[in-house]
Write a protein that binds this ligand. Structure first.
Ligand code: SAH
Ligand code: MG
Length: 910
């Protein structure tokens, strides 16, 4: 395939912003309900609102709100475009040349030390306030590193002057210093890396700086982390004293053992969007005196060792010991913004850098879930979508936003139209998507082709998930595969293809692998064998209330996970607990033990089991505030105890089963079946009982028939509304083949157990897959009403054949490569859809229909779709065809009396 050739695409507005602001560009998308205009004349009931999206984009210096769009994505791009316009950045025009950027940098720096700027709400102003309060020879001066870290314009201009500046805070400092020396109104101190305004501020500006600084509140102390330069040494919690008047930079410099705060370098912000979490580290002594750092090609840091963790999280060169703290001045606020950074924060950040961890965090279930191995449908996926997870991964690792391209697959040749086509593979589909992961320089790192499927949006998710799964395996093995991996895949018959560019891959993710491989995890907890699910005994309690859930079911559980068996006898500490966690069984969305346990349970039952500890960092990430209380020594003796309860089981969706296994889908086969009868009887009127969203009526209009009048009845107005729109669109088309024959169409709201004389004596009545949605007595009542009052000449009733369920479920499991073996395959089956009130065997259905027909002067024959006649266990959908006998009273002519219980929902022509 040629799609692997990479062209550099033009950057989208969002991508341009992302390059400049990274996580500081904060998008919030809101849903807006908008009443839909009446595009369907004659529809008598209220239209449903349509959902639109509006995006609020917050950047450090401005915020914008987009117009409303039908797609989330478009709203985001539009907001990004608006922001770019406001910022005067044109994505299409070329960036500034290094020379132009240098001039701009000087202008920007000189503008910082003006009265006007000191009245703005810029975060740097907070440092001005601190500076004018400081006594001694640094009075009024602020560390150059603050200027270099806290103004995104400066950072961006520096990057244009020297692209390496993006990953090197020291280089930015040196560029800022160099530029500042060229500005007359700025003084640069000879000792240390300070700068300040030559001459004094106007009294207004001074007044505002002073008055604000005196109101600043006392922050007491906050927790921060000390990250030693050696990754072998443990990360420790430290306390920063921020009592009123003490500048946080001074406190941090002391913790780092640096002479004054001007020698503290500051990284870019890390962690979640709009956070002020940064690494602080000491600037190497000698280099800054050297006159022209910015153009020097030699490494700036000489002998100083790289701080691997700091560099990994920030994507910048961090050297020596570092402090990680969330502290800083916020925009337009006089107060210091600060927050504790705990050990748990750190372990969560570490976790969030891995594909699996990202998912765990998105579900707030670190110890219970894992990255699912397959994506079935959007409605069954929980947590961030694979696509969003992949985008997060790329952002965290400072890669380009992944590029997705969906393509339509050629139609499978020789698709037969017979009755029993159980598709051999679920992998067949119409769309497939390829995802490309590119470096910031837009060179490809990884390309991955996802499985085919029926929906474009699903194709995107599948491609994203296969890329994530591959990355996850890579992280778990902690190695960069040098060979192109064989097309290993999670589901059968899939056509997944992955191409890695090993050199670039290891280059881009070098820190990442170094960090994950070299953390001192095995030293502080004995290497324990993970407990095999097969060896765990699940202590299940409570009465069995039915069959265990089948693969594809949505299971909802509550659970608590505790650390047990520490030093103290009987000690127990809750690590993670959820009132409700929902997941699709069979997709590997929860850890193996939970999945294996739940597969044996029924609704209402509880279970308990104990397994050995996963890695220490996972435990600490889950432990939240209490991470500091867990001693590494204690952990050696601990295990994890899971207690869970099954709250609810929703059986796999009927439609999904039918679509996966029948071609054409069963619904189409039912329509074809009805069509055959309609044509053979030259019917001119038809009523569809329980028409839903009108799939039958819609299909009828696709074909040339003898029908002149069609009617649909349903209790669901939502379904009828959709039906009205579909039918209106069809009928309004001038060149449609139906225009000639169909003269009227009506949709009624009402229950088919009620009689309405307007539907008396039609040629054909259809009632497809409806009766099982009613209670059995109501289905019986409908039978009586339809044959004694509506009296169609021909009536077609279809309903699922219960005996066919094992075939459906068995094949579905085979298609999903269920490796849990015989047990679940022979497990008793429940209904195909949770809305079904009953499902009848062939015997039950035939007895009901024969009895009904005989009491109302009808003849009845049986048939079906899906499966073959005479072959066990019969058809997937069983169908009864009732024909009115000559002895029926209706044959004598219309009965008197008008009963109008139905409400006209839509009528054509209106
Ligand atoms: N016949 C359609 C829809 C089947 S789904 C098709 O084949 O696609 C079942 C439908 O029965 C739903 O739309 C539901 O609203 C409808 N239904 C259930 N009970 C009903 C009742 N008492 N009267 C009318 N419709 C009913
Ligand atoms: Mg049904």
């Amino acid at each position: 395939m040629s799609q692997f050739g990479v062209k550099k695409p033009p950057l989208s507005a969002k991508a341009v912003l992302h390059q400049r602001y990274g996580d500081k560009a904060c998008y919030k998308v809101e849903q807006v309900l908008e009443p839909v205009e009446n595009d369907c004349p004659g529809l008598a009931i209220l239209h449903h609102d349509r959902v639109l999206y509006r995006c609020h984009l917050q950047l450090p210096e401005l915020s914008v709100t987009s117009e409303k769009f039908t797609k989330r994505k478009d709203a985001e791009q539009s907001a990004a475009k608006m922001a770019l316009e406001k910022l005067g950045i044109q994505p299409t025009t070329k960036d500034l040349t290094p020379e132009e950027a240098w001039d701009e940098l000087i202008v920007r720096i000189s503008s910082l030390f003006t009265d006007k700027f000191s009245l703005s709400g810029h975060p740097i102003v907070g440092h001005f306030r601190a500076a004018i309060k400081r006594e001694g020879d640094t009075h009024g001066l602020i560390p150059v590193s603050i200027i270099a870290a806290c103004d995104s314009k400066i950072v961006n201009l520096c990057k244009l002057v020297n692209p390496k500046a993006g990953s090197d805070p020291l280089l930015v400092v040196s560029l800022v210093l160099k530029a500042a020396r060229l500005v007359n109104s700025i003084c640069v101190s000879d000792r240390g890396l300070w700068m300040g305004k030559k001459g004094s501020y106007s009294s207004d500006a001074l007044q505002s700086l002073i008055s604000h600084s005196t109101t600043s509140t006392d922050h007491g102390s906050i927790e921060a982390l000390f990250i030693p330069s050696s990754i072998e040494k443990p990360v420790e919690t430290i306390t920063l004293e921020l009592s009123a008047g003490r500048c946080y930079m001074d406190e941090i410099s002391q913790k780092l053992g640096v002479e004054d705060s001007s020698h503290v370098l500051v990284s870019r912000a890390v962690g979640k969007a709009s956070s002020e979490m940064r690494f602080y580290f000491s600037s190497p002594r000698c280099q800054l005196s050297c006159p022209d750092l910015s153009s020097s090609e030699t490494p700036l840091h000489g002998e100083e060792p790289l701080n691997l963790l700091g560099s990994y999280f920030s994507g910048q060169n961090i050297y020596g010991d570092a402090v990680l703290a969330t502290v800083g001045y916020a925009w337009k606020s006089k107060d210091l913004f600060c927050e504790n950074v705990t050990l748990s924060t750190y372990y969560r950040m570490l976790l969030g850098m891995t594909p699996d961890g990202c998912y765990k965090l998105s579900r707030e279930a670190i110890l219970a879930v894992k990255l699912p191995s397959s994506f079935t449908t959007k409605s069954n996926w929980r947590g961030h979508s694979p696509r969003d997870l992949l985008c997060m991964f790329c952002r965290h690792h400072r890669l380009m936003e992944p590029l997705f391209s969906v393509k339509e697959l050629p139609a499978p040749s020789g698709a037969s139209q017979g009755l029993d086509q159980l598709k051999s593979s679920e992998g067949l589909g119409v769309f497939a998507c390829e995802v490309k992961i590119l470096s910031k320089q837009q060179d490809p790192i990884l390309e991955c082709l996802g499985d085919g499927c029926k929906k474009q949006t699903d194709a995107v998710q599948k491609a994203a998930l296969s890329a994530l799964s591959w990355l996850d395996r890579c992280f778990k093995r902690l190695c960069v595969p040098l060979e192109e991996p064989s097309s290993s895949s999670s589901s059968s018959g899939s056509a997944q293809q992955i191409r890695v560019y090993p050199e670039r891959f290891s280059q881009e993710l070098a820190h990442c692998f170094a960090v994950h491989a070299r953390r001192p995890r095995e030293r502080d907890s004995p290497r324990m064998q993970p407990t095999q699910p097969g060896l765990v005994s699940f202590r299940v309690e409570g009465l069995e209330s039915g069959a265990p859930p089948a693969v594809g079911s949505l299971v909802s559980i509550s659970y608590t996970i505790s650390l047990v068996g520490g030093a103290e006898e009987g000690s127990r500490q809750t690590l993670e607990s959820r009132d409700e966690l929902e997941f699709e069984l069979g997709t590997g969305a929860v850890i193996d033990h939970v999945e294996a346990c739940v597969s044996q349970m029924s609704t209402g039952q509880s279970a308990q089991f104990t397994i050995s500890l996963p890695s220490r960092e996972l435990v600490l990430a889950a432990s939240g505030q209490s991470a500091e209380l867990i001693s590494p020594l204690d952990l050696r003796a601990c295990s994890l105890e899971y207690s869970l309860k099954v709250l609810q089981i929703s059986e796999p969706n009927e439609v999904r089963m039918e679509q996966a296994l029948f071609s054409p889908p069963l619904s189409k086969q039912r329509v074809d079946f009805a069509m055959g009868l309609i044509n053979s009887t030259s019917a001119t009127s038809l009523v569809d009982f329980g028409c839903g969203s009108g799939s039958l009526l819609d299909s009828l209009m696709e074909h040339q028939t003898t029908l002149e009048k069609v009617v649909g009845v349903d209790v669901s107005t939502r379904g009828l509304c959709r039906a009205a729109k579909i039918l209106h669109a069809k009928l309004a088309k001038e060149d449609s083949p139906v225009g000639s024959s169909i003269k009227s169409a009506v949709l009624y709201g009402g229950s088919i157990t009620d009689y309405d004389s307007r539907l008396h004596g039609f040629d054909v009545g259809t009632c497809l897959e409806v009766i099982e949605h009613m209670e059995e007595d109501q289905a019986g009542l409908f039978g009586e009403v339809v044959l004694s009052l509506f009296c169609p000449r021909l009536l077609i009733i279809s309903t699922p054949n219960y005996e066919y369920n094992p075939v459906l479920q068995g094949s579905l499991m085979a298609a999903e490569e269920d490796d849990r073996g015989e047990k679940s395959r022979t497990a008793p089956c429940r209904f195909r859809n949770h809305d079904h009130k009953f499902e009848w065997t062939r015997g039950q259905f035939e007895r009901w229909a024969v009895d009904l027909a005989s009491r109302h002067s009808y003849r009845v024959d049986f048939g079906g779709v899906g499966g073959s006649p005479g072959v066990e266990p019969g058809f997937a959908s069983q169908i009864a065809v009732f024909r009115r006998c000559a002895s029926h009273p209706a044959e004598a002519g219309p009965t008197a009396g008008a009963v109008k219980l139905y409400e006209v929902i839509w009528e054509w022509p209106s």
